[in-house]
Design a protein around this ligand. Structure first.
Ligand SMILES: Nc1ncnc2c1ncn2[C@@H]1O[C@H](COP(=O)(O)OP(=O)(O)OP(=O)(O)O)[C@@H](O)[C@H]1O
Length: 253
């Protein structure tokens, strides 16, 4: 189980004043659970992921995975695919593995499942944005992570490409059953993906609402049931969710 207990995360300000980014933030995720985190811009979502992954350890609090400080076994996917331009698609994926020789076949299988079998030896600069994100998704899953952290990984893609990537993500997650913490601004995307949506307050961020989502899968952001749940939440929590709707992409006709 993932347990996040952050009393305070403070950034020192240049002028000597400090900025409290997170306060009294408690969040847990069960093994294999898909949790989406939604919150207004600047509420500390990326700060939280950095603390969980261990890129930043400066906090008053504790993050544990199965009772221990999270170590290797974490997959991460950011907004930018962050591929090494001088390495091929396959080499990029193998880069994160402990034993590239042993993992090679599995990496190729994974890339083929992501419909990237024809570009294993191509360099990232030759690939479309959607293909680069698929490589990043394969790289996140190749280590079969116990925990996968995703920071708006499908932002700024066209709607059909993003839908396809979300379907691939859910397919991989259902097979591997990693615990996923997925940050998004888009409430429809959160409802389409999550077992549970957690809403963060404006800064300093803390979890102010948790909504279990039991709609049948597969789901897509523009499904009637997803849109209906979103409308219901907006009606029930107008103050909390007002800021979110302005940041959502257009709903396709
Ligand atoms: N390294 C840093 N030093 C100082 N302040 C920071 C640093 N990183 C983030 N902050 C501040 O902490 C707050 C939270 O930032 P963070 O990027 O975590 O928010 P976010 O919810 O991910 O934002 P967005 O949704 O816009 O990506 C912001 O006010 C930001 O300016």
């Amino acid at each position: 189980m993932l347990e996040i207990d952050i009393a305070r995360k403070i950034y020192p300000d240049r002028g000597g004043r400090s900025h409290v980014a997170l306060q009294d933030l408690h969040l847990t995720a069960q093994p294999g659970e898909f949790v989406c985190l939604v919150g207004p811009s600047g509420c500390g979502k990326s700060t939280l992921l950095n603390l969980v992954v261990g890129l930043d350890a400066d906090m008053d609090g504790r993050v544990t995975l199965e009772g221990r400080t999270p170590g290797k076994g974490i997959g991460v996917m950011f907004q930018e695919p962050r591929l090494m331009p001088w390495l091929s698609v396959l080499e990029n994926v193998l880069l994160v593995t402990a034993d590239p020789q042993r993992e090679r076949e599995r990496a190729i299988e994974l890339l083929q499942a992501m419909e990237l079998g024809d570009v294993l030896h191509a360099y990232p600069g030759r690939l479309s944005g959607g293909m680069q994100r698929r490589v990043a998704l394969a790289r996140a899953f190749v280590i079969e992570p116990a925990l996968l952290l995703m920071d708006e990984p499908f932002v700024s893609l066209d709607a059909p490409t993003a839908d396809r990537l979300r379907a691939m993500l859910v397919g991989l997650w259902q097979r591997r059953r990693s615990t996923v913490v997925f940050v998004t601004h888009d409430l429809r995307e959160a409802i389409a993906l999550a077992d549970r949506v957690c809403f963060l307050s404006a800064a300093p961020g803390r979890v102010v609402l948790e909504v279990p989502v039991s709609l049948p899968r597969p789901r897509a952001p523009n499904d009637a049931a997803v849109l209906a749940l979103r409308e219901r939440l907006l009606a029930q929590h107008p103050d909390l969710l007002a800021g979110l709707t302005t940041q959502e992409p257009e709903i396709d006709a």
